[in-house]
Design a protein around this ligand. Structure first.
Ligand code: MG
Ligand code: ZN
Length: 214
């Protein structure tokens, strides 16, 4: 019982900071997405492909959340976009106060699209509002087709599902139609995109959708 109470208190505090962040985004005309997934689904590769696809047409800034290392921020900064790394030191999700602190290092007025890459984890990032306009859940076909059923909260709280690594479909035991069906059973309103960050297939459609949302 005590644990539940503490969790509620933490989440209430997080929500208050998240709405403060949302105010900052609105004021500066920032459209923010919170990218969530399990580790290794290809979030950073998708960030890279999105930046490549927009090639300067949209001003993008990136916040990289990782448990350890700034390897992902190094990858993204090679694309000449502003990027801030948050290292959680073991923390398994980003919280609004960490994002709020990192905003000091970004020019929000110069940002049209802010991509927040969350820590790889399909569980608790679902419960933490970071002030984003939408959560985008990324899943790779190598993870199988049952993940939406096993981690429903993440799919309920996301607006968009990006299915990555579709180039690997011939080699893995994943029925993509079943995967989509499972996801839509959990959240019928999910907008679904199928992409390969290796070949670039489908990334354009996802970017068109982002651009229409900005
Ligand atoms: Mg990453
Ligand atoms: Zn966590």
């Amino acid at each position: 019982m005590e644990i539940i109470k503490i969790e509620r208190k933490v989440l209430a505090k997080n929500d208050a900071i998240a709405s403060e962040i949302r105010g900052k985004f609105e004021e500066s005309g920032v459209f923010a997405i919170n990218m969530v997934s399990s580790p290794g689904s290809g979030k950073t590769s998708l960030v890279e492909k999105v930046i490549e696809n927009f090639s300067g047409r949209v001003n993008i800034s990136v916040i990289e959340g990782d448990v350890q290392t700034d390897l992902d921020a190094q990858r993204v900064s090679a694309y000449n976009v502003p990027v801030v790394q948050i290292i959680t030191n073991g923390g398994c999700h980003l919280e609004a106060n960490l994002v709020n602190d990192s905003l000091k290092n970004l020019d929000l007025v110069q940002t049209d699209l802010l991509i927040i890459e969350n820590v790889g984890n399909l569980v608790c990032p679902a419960g933490y509002d970071l002030g984003e306009d939408m959560k985008v859940v990324v899943i790779s076909v190598t993870e199988g087709d049952d993940k939406p059923l096993k981690y429903p909260k993440m799919f309920i709280n996301s607006k968009v599902l990006v299915i990555n690594k579709i180039d690997l479909l011939p080699y893995v035991n994943c029925n993509i139609e079943q995967l989509k069906q499972n996801a839509l059973k959990i959240n019928p309103a999910l907008k679904v995109f199928e992409v390969s960050c290796t070949s670039g297939e489908g990334v354009g459609k996802f970017c068109d959708f982002l651009q229409s949302s900005i």
